[in-house]
Design a protein around this ligand. Sequence first.
Ligand code: 13P
Length: 247
Amino acid sequence: MRTPLIAGNWKMNGSLQSVIELVEGIKAGEAGKAQLAVCPPAVYLMKVGGMLDGTGIALGAQNVCDRETGAFTGEISASMLKESGCQYAIVGHSERRALYQESDELVARRFAMAAASGLVPILCIGETLEQREKGVTEAVVSRQLDAVIEQQGVSVIGQAVIAYEPVWAIGTGKVATPEQAQAVHGFIREKLATLDAGVADKVQILYGGSMNPANAGELLSKPDIDGGLIGGASLKAADFLAIGQSA
Ligand code: 13P
């Protein structure tokens, strides 16, 4: 039985004041049985981590450097994230891939550094609308997964979380239907099972893309959807908690 994980990706939103209010709102509410995690902008990690101490709500970063230390201006190392209280690090979010030209290979190296440092990488994969319409969704998510597996072997996936985020569903209000999402989640798990059945059975596969309290229940009822990576709806404590309760 995989524990559901509901992770909020706050992206580059908020201010110190609004972040404090959001964390207070989340702490004040009823979380349900899911594991919750929040991924604030990096400058707020220590503040949020301190506020979450003892709550059981996990902390995650939105990215992690592929190098250990040194002259990499603007980057943040895995050990710094660990020291700031992070348990998770998102890698390969489609916004990083598309807007900052992060290649599959770079994403795999970021993943490796996170895993080697004891962070749980949340590996984001997913197709664009154009790719879906061309019928290459499975080929795209396979390629994105293979970049990690070929570099590090399949067992490392067992220490990670996968987030299937169809690019066309992110921030658009256009959610994948539960059937569309389940089809890709099932494909991912079957693909992993051909390499290592134990890893396939264990790994949490989250759905991301316009998930909200109204559509979460049905998505999360699908057998291979083990949680959500939530953008917009995670910026409202009540919505985030409501998604957590439906998991
Ligand atoms: P939205 O929930 O705003 O569509 O964002 C999803 C996402 O990108 C989470 O990483």
